[in-house]
Design a protein around this ligand. Structure first.
Ligand SMILES: [Zn+2]
Length: 317
């Protein structure tokens, strides 16, 4: 028997011996079934259904109206469905093109902006880099003395007993060094905050770029790590000199990544950065999340035994 569905119009078609599955066009018309698993068709009988709306006649009618081969076609429903498909495809293509342009650019950026670790240390406006490896001094160098900042372990948040993890930078100066950290956020917080949630952030003076891997390639050998750090420093130099982003600090986390602290960027720049971040070796998940913790200098990374240290810093003026 001839199928009552025009299979050539479907997305994500998969065939097995007993059935055909695809993205349900009725679900897709409202942006649903992105995985493409709702629609099933019996190839023998031509019967079909949507796994998400198994007993819904209206939903089945809509499927017929869009991709059916018999009567009851609805050109408007079909047009909407097509427009939705085009839009999704266009957005995907734009994201890919941006990423590809960034990737193509990366090699020339790295070649044009070499910045060795020794040069970075030499170029740092603040030269007392070892002295800055006291986390209290790092906080004082970047934040206003009256600003409330959080420091602690990732889980030290969300309960009244964590209240003391939020203190003014001035108060942190009085705390014993070993109680300041191991993490901080690039945010300032409302007084009385108990939870490191975005809603409690007072200001986001910095955006921290985590250079953890270039397009999914995690460095494993010492040589790969050396290349990874060199590429990361070149990109940071390009952001600072080529794009005039205001750099505040560069930290080696003690593991496989560098953190670049930049003064806050305009929202539109952050949006663009999110698309291109992976091609530039940057973890996009941190962008726009000032509540996320990152490492403080002076602490030993638990996985490597290496110290988190400052490579470059420009004091807040
Ligand atoms: Zn459906």
């Amino acid at each position: 028997m001839k199928s009552s569905i025009d299979i050539t119009k479907l997305e994500k078609v998969r065939r097995t011996a007993s059935k055909i599955t695809a993205r349900c066009p009725a679900c897709a018309a409202t942006g649903g079934d992105k995985a493409g698993v709702h629609l099933f068709i019996n190839p023998e009988t031509g019967q079909f259904g949507c796994a998400a709306f198994p007993a819904d006649r209206e939903h089945r009618r809509k499927v017929s109206a869009i991709v059916g081969t018999k009567g009851e076609r609805d050109p408007e429903a079909e047009r909407q469905w097509r427009a939705g498909r085009v839009k999704v495809a266009a957005a995907k293509l734009e994201g890919k093109q941006l990423a590809r342009a960034a990737e193509a650019k990366l090699a020339s950026i790295i070649a044009a902006h070499p910045w060795t670790e020794a040069e970075v240390r030499r170029d740092s406006p603040e030269q007392r880099l070892g002295w800055l490896c006291d986390p209290r001094r790092f906080l004082a160098a970047l934040f206003d003395p009256a600003a409330v900042v959080w420091t602690g372990g990732k889980k030290q948040s969300g309960h009244a007993r964590h209240a003391a993890r939020w203190r003014s930078v001035l108060d942190w100066q009085e705390a014993p060094e070993e109680t300041v950290g191991p993490m901080v956020t690039p945010a300032t917080w409302q007084p009385g905050t108990l939870s490191r949630s975005g809603a409690n952030v007072a200001t986001a003076p910095f955006v921290v770029l985590d250079f953890d891997e270039f397009n999914g390639k995690v460095p494993t050998t010492p040589e790969e790590l050396r290349q990874h750090l060199a590429a990361s420093l070149a990109v940071i130099r390009w952001l600072r000199e080529g794009l005039a982003w205001q750099l505040a600090a560069i930290l080696f986390t003690g593991s496989k990544s560098l953190h670049a602290w930049f003064h806050m960027l305009p929202a539109a720049t952050l949006d663009q950065l999110r698309n291109t971040a992976p091609a530039f070796g940057i973890d996009a998940g941190l962008i726009g999340h000032p509540e996320h913790p990152c490492r403080l200098p002076g602490w030993i990374h638990p996985k490597t035994g290496r110290e988190c240290r400052v490579l470059w810093l420009q004091r807040e003026q």
